[in-house]
Design a protein around this ligand. Structure first.
Ligand code: PGA
Length: 266
């Protein structure tokens, strides 16, 4: 049987939320996560202005928090930027880097994303490095080439520290579209990414590989059962407490192995 790694479910709130409405969501997630098996990690990546609120409401719970980006610079005259060390000041654990919305709308190159991943690590945050192909690239048969190059840029930059990252495979055509990759499509790319990581050495081989792109309560279990899918990066569904917690619970069932056992029951 394939090696069972721990599961990790991370919410990506994107540019959603307000101080008032966040409270109920954060409190519900903190309470709900308390009953998950210990093999499941949970986190929410919130807009930076709400890091203090996340810290206040999640500290002491099972739920960790993080940002959706960090500056490539350590500090200085970079108006509007947020340094990784500032994110850490609010007790954060994670920073998403290289989300396709950053690559597309802000022109972030693979090398620039690699610098951001390094900045996050140097500050003491775990970067969640997103990779993914567009529909045109998939249809042209370029998926492995595209995600391989995006990953390689980060692995090259981080060298020995590459084992400390999380990678999220997010096919651009599946993000926010309601059209998730099938579990077979996702697993194929995850297996490819896993082999790319393994080529860097045994410790890097076990880097958590999350799938993102229209993960919902209805498809989460099937995705998380794949041998190289270690959890999810959840956009839209992370804004609804029941949905996000149902996805976390699906990760919990897979981690516990109860799904396999239930399937085997006549
Ligand atoms: P989605 O977004 O779950 O809304 O498709 C995922 C993401 O962009 O991280």
């Amino acid at each position: 049987m394939a090696k069972q790694r721990a599961k990790l479910v991370v919410g990506n709130w994107k540019m959603h939320g307000r101080l008032g409405s966040n409270r109920a969501l954060l409190e519900a997630v903190a309470i709900g996560a308390g009953s998950l098996p210990e093999q499941v990690g949970v986190a929410v990546c919130v807009p930076c202005p709400y890091l203090a609120q996340a810290q206040a409401l999640l500290a002491g719970s099972r739920v960790k928090w993080g940002s959706q980006d960090v500056s490539a610079h350590q500090g200085g005259a970079y108006t509007g930027e947020v340094a990784a060390e500032m994110v850490l000041d609010f007790g954060a654990t994670y920073a998403i880097v290289g989300h396709s919305e950053r690559r597309e709308y802000h022109g972030e190159s693979a090398e620039f994303v690699a610098v951001k991943a390094q900045r996050a690590l140097l500050a003491g945050l775990t970067p969640i490095v997103c990779v993914g192909e567009t529909l045109a690239q998939r249809e042209a048969g370029e998926t492995e080439q595209v995600v391989g190059a995006q990953l390689d840029a980060v692995l090259k930059k981080l060298a020995d520290d590459a084992a400390k990252i999380v990678v999220a495979y997010e096919p651009v055509w599946a993000i926010g579209t309601g059209k998730s990759a099938t579990s077979t499509e996702a697993q194929q790319v995850h297996a490819f990414l896993r082999s790319r990581l393994a080529a860097q050495g045994a410790t890097v081989a076990d880097v958590p590989l999350l799938y993102g792109g229209s993960v919902k309560p209805g498809n989460a279990g099937e995705l998380f059962r794949q041998p190289d899918i270690d959890g999810g990066l959840i956009g839209g569904a992370s804004l609804v407490d029941e949905d996000f917690l149902a996805i976390c619970a699906a990760a919990g069932e897979v981690a516990r192995g109860t799904v396999g056992a239930a399937d085997a029951t006549p």
